[in-house]
Design a protein around this ligand. Structure first.
Ligand code: UD1
Length: 422
């Protein structure tokens, strides 16, 4: 199994080009199912999750040409509507094929995703959304089996009693080819939702209220969507935020290129509170070191609030701040597995329920640590880069799921990081 060996304690310098957003790319790949012509996607991050999603489409019968950051997907050849356990168990986001398969083919079965390291993560809201559009859903042998009415899904009001990113995406894609108008109340407002809604608009269905919590979708009534122009994935705001935390924790000056500054504003604000300074351009941002990192208080929430996907990375930075920081996780009940690993590096973090108190330590020291989920893993890399001595980060397949060319990008800015085999 691969692991990363990181020699920490060095200042970094230079620029990092941010890749396309994994979470956005997953949704737009799923949305290509709504078309029966070729769709070109650009600026895809070359990470395992994207390859898994493309493989899922191939297993459904789609033809996929993929090379690094681009893919041409032809869903005219889809001949199966079953998303099998073997793929869904690898990646929860596979559930995103539910809406588009049902909308276009009027039936599908998708394996239940099963357990997940960062909490229960049920899919009840996804199911309620398609049921609101007339689908009949049953659970059979571990699969969600969904059937639309004979003439297709029917537009309706979908009210989410909890904000869900994936649920909103599935609702949008289900509504795209439905008959009539669908209203999504309490929709997620993440940039990934905006990109998906804009894509659906380009494809021929009409979405109103983009960027708000109320979306109105005028379905095409069974007509497949058509994408003449390539769809360019938006920049990855979580990858960008992670590199900003790398800069903060190592007291370095780093420039990130190809970012959407608006999407990372909360992250920038929090790092400013911690004493970092920023130069901001249209598509790039430079972080300059704090004189001494200050404490930070964070409560995770839905966009535009502080992203849960940045919580672990901030915890890594806060370990070496001047006073105690508090981080409250409001979205996922079990998203603190990085705590014990950060403590192995010399951090002093205490957990009570969903709140972590990060008491400052003078410095971190290298050790062997284990990655537990995607963002927890990047927190360990950040901590390792600021720690004295050598850290081995094991189980890095988590990192490979979501960070494009991680060692290459970090090495380019001067980090001493190598991938090794056990
Ligand atoms: C997406 C992101 C993930 C991010 C999360 C929150 C992708 C591929 N993943 O995950 O990186 O951390 O948004 O920003 O885009 N919930 C239910 N029932 C459901 C669905 C969700 O109770 O049917 C709950 C979840 O358990 C969680 C909350 O709603 O507590 C938010 O989850 P959701 O927004 O759906 O997250 P994902 O779409 O899975």
């Amino acid at each position: 199994m691969d692991y990363l060996e990181i020699e920490g304690g060095h200042k970094l310098n230079g620029s990092v080009t941010i890749s396309g957003a994994k979470n956005s790319a997953l949704a737009i790949i799923a949305a290509t199912i709504l078309s029966n012509k070729k769709v070109k996607l650009t600026n895809l991050p070359n990470v395992v999750d994207i390859r898994t999603m493309l493989k899922l489409l191939e297993m459904l019968g789609a033809k996929v040409e993929h090379n690094d950051t681009e893919a041409i997907i032809d869903c005219s050849t889809i001949n199966s509507t079953k998303a099998v356990y073997e793929i869904v168990a690898q990646m929860r986001a596979s559930i995103l094929v539910l809406g588009p398969l049902l909308s276009r083919f009027k039936e599908c079965s998708v394996s239940l995703p099963g357990g997940c390291a960062i909490g229960q993560r049920p899919i009840d809201l996804h199911i309620k959304a398609v049921e609101a559009l007339g689908a009949e859903v049953t659970l059979k042998e571990g699969y969600v089996v969904a059937k639309a009415p004979e003439d297709g899904l029917v537009g309706n009001k979908i009210i989410f009693d909890k904000i869900t990113v994936g649920g909103t995406e599935n609702a949008l894609m289900a509504a795209a080819m439905a008959n009539g108008v669908t209203e999504i109340v309490n929709a997620a407002k993440e940039p990934e939702i905006t990109q998906l809604a804009q894509m659906i608009n380009l494809g021929g269905a009409k979405v109103e209220g983009i960027g708000t919590g109320n979306l109105k979708i005028y379905g095409t009534g069974g007509v497949a969507l058509n994408f003449n122009e390539p769809i360019e994935t938006i920049p990855d705001r979580i990858e960008a935020g992670t590199y900003l935390c790398v800069g903060a924790a190592t007291y370095s000056t780093l420039t990130l290129d190809k970012v959407n500054v608006e999407h990372i504003q909360t992250t920038i604000n929090k790092l400013e509170e911690m004493g970092c300074e920023f130069d901001i351009d249209k598509n790039s941002v430079t972080i300059k070191p704090a004189k001494k990192l200050k404490k930070v208080n964070i409560i995770t929430s839905e966009y535009p609030g502080f992203p849960t996907d940045m919580q672990a990375q901030f915890m890594a930075v806060a370990t070496i701040a001047d006073e105690e920081s508090l981080i409250e996780e409001r979205l996922f009940e079990n998203r603190f597995m990085h705590v014990s690993e950060l403590n192995r590096l010399g951090a002093d973090i205490w957990l009570k329920g969903n709140v972590a108190a990060i008491r400052p330590v003078k410095e971190l020291n290298g050790a062997t640590v284990m990655a537990t989920d995607l963002r927890a893993s990047s927190a360990l890399v950040i901590a390792a880069l600021s720690a004295n001595g050598v850290t081995k980060v094991k189980r890095i397949y988590h990192l490979d799921r979501g960070y494009d060319k991680l060692e290459e990008k970090l090495s380019k800015i001067g980090a001493k990081i190598v991938r090794k085999k056990e």
